[in-house]
Ligand binder design. Sequence first.
Ligand code: ZN
Length: 446
Amino acid sequence: MNSITSKNERLAPPASEAVEIAAYFDRLFPLLRSLTGAGVRQSLDILGELVDLDRLEIPSGTKVFDWTVPREWVVREAYLEGPDGRRIIDMRDNNLHLLNYSTGFRGEVSRAELDEHLHSRADMPDAIPYVTSYYAPRWGFCLPHRMREALPEGRYRVTIDADHIDGAMSLGEAVLKGETAEEVLLTSYICHPSMANDELSGPLALALLYRRIASWPKRRLTYRFVLHPETIGSIAYLSLRGKHLAENCVAGFNISNTATTTPFRYKRSRCGNSLADRTAERVLRERWPHMHDVSDFDPIGSDERQYCSPGFDLPYGALSRRPDHFPEYHTSLDNREFVSFDALSEAVDAYEAICRRVDDSVRYRSLSPYGEPQLGQRGLYHTIGRAGPPEAMTQALLWVLNLSDGDHDLEAIAQRSGISYALIAEAAQRAEQAGLLARAGEAPAR
Ligand code: ZN
């Protein structure tokens, strides 16, 4: 690492994170993911090279709250042969050609009968749409609308060699312990096949974020990383860990749609003013002032629907850089050419910066709450009375000492005082060193 290199020696260019992302992307993109099955396990294996993932396998048929874990999807091959015997659609060309979670089917059908099993989008005539049928058994193919319209009359031979078996749904989980049991929850979903922004950019960003946080010299908080299929996966995860999360989670984020150069979008948690919300908003405002927007919670979208369901109401927001206008969404056009790995890496910067700030944002309790402590005798206050408002550091100290009641974290004090976070954090450090503050209510990690 620290060897001296002569100036004449050619140095290898630093391996950028984007180059590394590209290599992982190319291995993960072709896998057939769904709610369950081999493609999810293979994806977790590959991401397991970056994240120390524990695998959770939840058996098919397991009741999770109001839902049931579906059977495992096994697909061997799927193709369609036209009237002239030529293979016109083959899943090997693109996973999206097969209706996701399709039942198996072998047989000959007429053009009209076939059409009932075809899915295309007239508004995106050159794209293969991503269509799923998780909860109603049917077979089907997806194809560009232009191709569908050109299919001639005649007999078509369908081969979909697929089964639904009693197996399991696979989830991945990793925990980086900190000094305290309070946790930050970071999740992404892993159930879409062969689409780049939604979804592969999510699990990739989560994996890189794991590696960065694992390398921090110290962590106050504990970090929990979870990869699961969307909706049923987060519901199943909550059935296992919901009680623990309700007791320990202080901030959480859904990580998805990270790889476009469009502005960051933060969607607040249900409670709307959690540490996660306040921190994400401030960090984005400071670091990406003209490249972000913030919206209120709504129960439409991704796994925030589950993590923010009223029984859990976790402080869990959603940060993405999903574009406003995203016609490629859920089609074959959301591919490698559509995304930027540098943008993905920048998104990891944002998640990391927010996590760092959450980690720093301690709640203190004043050890001298009865009247203002005398700052002058501790060297914290100018000792010559003078006209005008107190200097900025003194103001910050007064705010910190007043609001350190065990409930306000530093981010909340910065917000309420209107003073920069950096100054509030420095004032808190000085007050702690002077013996005026103690950390409040943090259970040590178990
Ligand atoms: Zn999606």
